[in-house]
Design a protein around this ligand. Structure first.
Ligand SMILES: NC(=O)c1ccc[n+]([C@@H]2O[C@H](COP(=O)([O-])OP(=O)(O)OC[C@H]3O[C@@H](n4cnc5c(N)ncnc54)[C@H](OP(=O)(O)O)[C@@H]3O)[C@@H](O)[C@H]2O)c1
Length: 267
């Protein structure tokens, strides 16, 4: 897939993986459009990369998606790559009754429904392009639920299943379907967590390396954009499924203790 002559829309392009994609795609020469909810973060990104185009937008709001589609395709009719990257990840104790019913599904609304609705909205436009692609961002957690982030885990397993089905349905069209599968990466995703993340762990990766793997994979038309670490996780999740899940579950015990403490001190 040619990136240099593409117009790429990245949801959540103002931080972390999305921001690094902006940096690397700018070097390649792609035309870049980014979205996000926080206008200050968008403006800051535009200051850093003046050639990009910014749209304030929330992917969990279907009206916002319809407006984005109308504005972006009117201004950039050549738009041919959609990267569904926007996401959130919360640590949740499922016995904590302070979470409202509505708030419980937040990651499903953003990570999964947001991705599905963006694809539904932009697909008729992409199909008309000479060469087009959809990149959905899942996670290594799609192979091994992380018990401390149960709704996030469900959302990413859903993104993976949906992306595989989408790829089959779009076979024979000019729209290629990619799944980007990052392992743990230190970004703003973890900024509100009460437990700290170990950035030196063998289960994590630097953001620039992950994006390099992704860009190379898109250029070489590899359906799964993943580092070797994810191949290992995928393999372990098949031969010894309980091992990684139980290892990750230790974080829940830590979270539960710290959460109780922080709730006590907040009172
Ligand atoms: N970091 C990791 O360890 C890791 C591992 C596997 C997969 N991933 C996935 O990679 C993707 C990017 O995450 P990241 O680590 O780069 O996190 P990040 O640094 O927190 O960036 C998330 C981006 O998404 C935007 N965003 C969040 N909710 C949104 C919404 N409802 N509508 C539009 N934009 C929204 C944020 O901007 P606003 O807040 O301004 O909206 C921000 O630009 C996510 O899908 C995440 O699940 C991350």
């Amino acid at each position: 897939m040619d990136l240099q002559h593409s117009t790429v829309l990245i949801t959540g392009g103002s931080s972390g993986i999305g921001l690094e994609m902006v940096r690397q795609l700018t070097q390649i020469g792609a035309n870049i459009i980014i979205t996000g909810r926080d206008p200050d973060k968008l403006k800051e990104t535009k200051k850093q990369f003046p050639a990009i185009h910014i749209f304030q937008n929330d992917v969990s709001n279907s009206q916002n998606i319809a407006e984005l589609y109308a504005d972006a395709t009117r201004q950039f009719p050549e738009l041919n790559i959609l990267i569904n990257n926007a996401g959130e990840m919360r640590l949740l104790d499922l016995q904590d009754t302070s979470n409202s019913l509505e708030n419980m599904t937040r990651e499903i609304d953003i990570n999964l429904s947001g991705t599905i609705q963006m694809v539904h909205q932009f697909l008729p436009h992409l199909i008309k392009q000479h060469s087009a692609a959809i990149v959905n961002v899942s996670s290594g957690i799609a192979f091994m639920p992380f018990s401390v982030a149960p709704v996030y885990s469900a959302s990413k397993a859903g993104v993976r299943a949906y992306t595989q089905a989408l790829r089959l349905q779009l076979k024979g069209t000019n729209v290629k379907v990619f799944e980007m599968i990052p392992p743990g990466i230190k970004t703003n995703l973890q900024k509100d967590w009460v437990i700290s993340t170990d950035t030196k762990s063998s289960m994590t990766m630097e953001v620039d390396k992950m994006v390099e793997v992704t860009i190379k994979g898109i250029q070489q038309d590899r359906p799964e954009l993943k580092p070797f670490l994810i191949t290992v996780i995928k393999w372990l999740s098949r031969i010894t499924p309980g091992t990684l899940i139980n290892f990750g579950h230790q974080q829940f015990e830590k979270f539960k203790q710290l959460n109780v403490q922080s709730n006590r001190s907040a009172k």
